[in-house]
Design a binder for this molecule. Structure first.
Ligand code: COA
Length: 218
C-alpha cells in the first residue's frame, strides 16, 4: 500500500538503503557466521551489482554470459537491472552489516512465449560459490514461480559448467531433461518437481514473516 505524505518533493537517498524487514523473502545462514538474506531486485542496486561484477572471475562471467568477457559492459548491466516485473522476477542475496552491504548472488527468471514457461539464470560471486547458494536460489525461485502459475523452467548451460548442471539435476530430480544443441545444453526443469523434491528442505522465512498457508514453507 502506498501512503501519500503531504505534497513535498522527497529527494532520493544518496546511498542505497537497507531493505525494510518486510521485503526479505528468505535467508540462508552460511557456515562461518554470515547470513545471506534474499529480496527482490531494486533500482538502487546498480552500484552493488556493479561492484560484484567487477570482481567476478572470467570463468564466472563466461558461464553466465556465454562470452569470454573481462568485465560486464554498462549497457548489459542496465539491461539486467531494467526488469519488467510482469515478465521477470529477479532475486538478490545480500550480506549486510552496519558498515557495508554486499550483493553476493542473484537469480532471475523471464517468462517466455510458451505458456507457463520461464528462462532461469543465476550467478553466485566467486567468493561465495560452493556454499549452497546456487542450490538455495533455484529452490527459492521455483517457489516464487509456482506461486505465479509457472510450470517449467528452461535454461541454457555450457557443457563445461558441470556445477550448474549438477545443481539443476539435483534439485529437479525426476523433472529434469537435458538436450544438447550443439553449443550448449538446453535444460527443461519441472517447477512442481523442484518444489515437491525439496519440500523437506528449509527455506527459512525471516522473523516476522508468516509461513501460514504455504505447505512448503518451513
Ligand atoms: C553454477 C553456480 C550458480 C552454482 O552455485 P553454487 O552456490 O556454487 O552451488 P552450490 O554450492 O549450491 O552447489 C554446488 C554443487 O556442485 C557440486 N560441484 C562442484 N564442482 C562440481 C563439478 N566439477 N562437477 C559436478 N558437480 C560439482 C558441489 O558438490 C555441489 O553439489 P552438492 O551440494 O550436491 O554437493 C555458481 O557456481 C556460479 O555462479 N557460477 C558462475 C555463473 C554460472 O555458471 N551461472 C549459470 C548460468 S545458467
Amino acid at each position: 500500500m502506498h501512503h501519500i505524505v503531504g505534497v513535498q518533493t522527497v529527494k532520493p537517498p544518496a546511498e542505497p538503503q537497507p531493505a525494510p524487514p518486510d521485503e526479505w523473502l528468505a535467508e540462508l545462514p552460511l557456515s562461518g557466521g554470515a547470513t545471506v538474506r534474499f529480496r527482490h531486485l531494486r533500482p538502487d542496486d546498480e552500484s552493488f551489482i556493479a561492484d560484484a561484477a567487477k570482481t567476478a572471475s572470467r570463468e564466472t562471467l563466461l558461464h553466465r554470459f556465454f562470452s569470454p568477457i573481462r568485465r560486464v559492459p554498462p549497457e548489459l548491466l542496465h539491461q539486467l537491472l531494467a526488469i519488467n516485473r510482469d515478465r521477470e522476477t529477479c532475486v538478490l542475496g545480500v550480506v549486510a552489516s552496519s558498515e557495508s552491504t554486499r550483493i553476493v548472488c542473484g537469480a532471475r527468471y523471464v517468462r517466455l512465449a510458451q505458456p507457463a514457461t520461464a528462462e532461469i539464470a543465476l550467478t553466485v560471486h566467486d567468493d561465495f560459490q560452493r556454499r549452497g547458494l546456487g542450490t538455495f536460489m533455484v529452490r527459492l525461485l521455483a517457489r516464487l514461480a509456482r506461486a505465479e502459475g509457472l510450470r517449467w523452467f528452461e535454461a541454457e548451460v555450457m557443457a563445461s559448467n558441470e556445477r550448474m548442471l549438477h545443481v539443476f539435476r539435483k534439485v529437479a530430480a525426476g523433472g529434469f531433461t537435458a538436450h544438447w544443441t550443439g553449443d550448449n545444453y538446453h535444460l527443461v526443469l519441472d517447477v512442481r518437481a523442484i518444489v515437491r523434491e525439496n519440500s523437506g528442505t528449509s527455506i527459512i522465512s525471516p522473523p516476522g514473516r508468516s509461513c501460514s498457508g504455504d505447505p512448503d514453507c518451513s
